[in-house]
Design a protein around this ligand. Sequence first.
Ligand SMILES: [Zn+2]
Length: 400
Amino acid sequence: MGEFNFSVILDAIRRSPDGLSRVELAGIVGLAAQTVSNICRRLLNQNLIVEAGKYGHGPGKPRTILKLNPAGMYAIGVHLDPVETNYALLDLTGAVAVHRTLPARPDGEPAEVIQSIAAEIESIIVEAGIDRSKVAGVGVAAPGPIDGAEGSVIKPPHMPRWGRVELREELHQALKLPVLLDKDVTAAVAAEIWAGGLSGTGSFAFVYMGTGIGAGLVLDDDVVRGSSGNAGEIGHIIADPDGPPCDCGRRGCVKVTCMPENILAEALKDGITAVTGLKDASLQESMAALSKAAADGDAKANALLDRVAERFGTAVSVLTNLLDVDHVVFGGPFWLHFEAKFLDKLPALLNELSVISKVHGLEVVGTSVSHEVGAVGAACLVLEDTFGPNANSLVLAEGE
Ligand SMILES: [Zn+2]
């Protein structure tokens, strides 16, 4: 019970960047002044919060303002992806202190890749100049499917040597730090909740545009993970009933119509010169060229991106209708190439296709999380697990 009050008070302070007095805190969390005072003393002793000046005029004692101590604790996030591996070190406020992107080794043996991730994390801790004991843990965001209970990734796409790998345990053995594993879309959602401001509150779907397309779900401020951590697999929602056949036996699924590689194939088939003229371009470079061509007025590029926007509208409306969300957030490494077109087209499309738009507004926004949302989100999962209102961890229970 004591630990629960701890997290509740820490969470209330976190949500008030300007700080709170003990009296205000007691009002917000509904605890007795003495309890709040005792817990604040413990939080101060552990350097998780700091006293940041006083305020108050007129009669009565001025009140001391309490704020989160950014350097009180840190979390590290890793985003495992077949193209690049991203790392982020976050301070207690969720601000990014160190960020690194390295080319992935999709053909590497899992054991080797895990050792190199561990080495990179050690070097990030050194670069940040922080005490290792201040690292609350490491969060790993991986493509699905995962086995959440076991902490395993299962045959991640485009990583042929990876079968079922107990990534969480192996990385923990290498680092001797607490390690969490979640799907990349779930991590993206955690980033939105911790660092995304207003768009990270309420009920929303986060559409993640990476090498694959997935959705993270938040209902009434709670992340929806499902029974094994795999909620949000939208690959076989039909986005275009007249689309190409899918390996599931139907036609026009998200998996065969909305992924960057599908869009590239279509751009080549349509003879969009900005794309066909590229040599040895990466998928990112090709999508950037397509997006620029559309912005520059290329009719074929615009027609293709219009079709893509319509497919996303069709697929995402299944989520908005099923879940009664109040907004949809887009993000992920390929989002920037689609941002202009989607923000122009999708609000009207989604409002037309969503039953709930008759009841309340349905906003479409891009993520406001800077840097790579998967790695930032993986670190946010650690902050959430350690300091969030439903915290599971031990850090606070120790070292009184
Ligand atoms: Zn399918």
